[in-house]
Design a protein around this ligand. Structure first.
Ligand code: ADP
Ligand code: MG
Length: 246
């Protein structure tokens, strides 16, 4: 058993004006170095959970801890959203360097490493381009590189490929799998896409409308033959958890 990067214990979150809590009774350990996919239908609380892990929001009750951090604080974290949010007036290289200007990142950013990442992940030819010259897929790759250029130990992605066409999405999934394996940080990706979850996750945690973890599956190095059966199983639970409280 490896170490635990993120531990959520009995997490509870509600928003004013909502009848039911967004998250309740959430118990979730994320192992250091694993690729966890949080799967769930729209409105199941995935983005809220990710924002809490990112430190952009907080739990009302329960706890989030960082057992693997020496001082029990959040490890250095990179976040990628559905939209790339690149600054239109900066080139790709300048956009990536922009993250390094924030005080929390300054010590962890250097241009040589950013250039090495662009090169290693097949993007060095785009360095001088402006965002409007990029395709959607290219822009989202740059958003990922910007997030990892500050050497995070935890990478969080909220439906990063859902605005892309299916072919581009497939390319980016493979690309991200290689990148996460290569750079070796803890990764949490939120999606409503079962095939994306199966393709990328070491483990899948299914969220339902009640705001809880409904079911978890360890994927690891599952052989393709077993993947179809697992897909059927996940789909059945997915349907069930989407319908049960509506
Ligand atoms: P998901 O990412 O799984 O689609 P979200 O975490 O975005 O789900 O949202 C879960 C529920 O909480 C939704 O019904 C959403 O409308 C509601 N919600 C999210 N953020 C807020 C907020 N800041 N204020 C009020 N309601 C919110
Ligand atoms: Mg969401």
């Amino acid at each position: 058993m490896g170490t635990v990067a993120v531990r959520i214990v009995n997490g509870y979150k509600s928003f004013a004006g909502r009848r039911t809590p967004v998250l309740q009774g959430v118990d979730l350990d994320i192992a250091t170095g694993e690729f966890l996919v949080v799967l769930g239908s729209s409105g199941s609380g995935k983005s809220t959970l990710l924002r809490i892990v990112a430190g952009l929001d907080h739990l009302d009750r329960g706890a989030i801890d960082w057992p693997d951090s020496d001082d029990d604080t959040r490890p250095h974290t990179g976040v990628v959203f559905q939209q790339p949010f690149l600054m239109p007036w900066l080139t790709v290289r300048e956009n990536i360097a922009f993250g390094g200007r924030f005080a929390v990142h300054r010590e962890r950013f250097d241009t040589a490493y950013a250039d090495e990442l662009l090169d290693r992940f097949g993007l060095s030819s785009l360095g001088g381009y402006y965002p409007e010259q990029l395709s959607g897929g290219q822009a989202q790759r740059i958003a990922v590189i910007r997030a990892v250029a500050v050497r995070p130990r935890l990478l969080l992605l909220d439906e990063p490929f859902s605005a892309l066409d299916p072919a581009t999405r497939g390319d980016l999934q493979s690309w991200l799998a290689d990148l996460a394996r290569d750079l070796g940080f803890t990764t949490v990706l939120v999606t409503h896409d079962i095939d994306e979850a199966l393709r990328l996750g070491d483990r899948i945690a299914l969220f339902g409308r009640g705001g809880t973890v409904r079911q978890q599956w360890q994927i690891g190095d599952l052989e393709d033959g077993h993947r179809d059966g697992l897909r059927t199983d996940i789909l059945a639970h997915y349907r069930d958890s989407s319908l049960s409280t509506t």
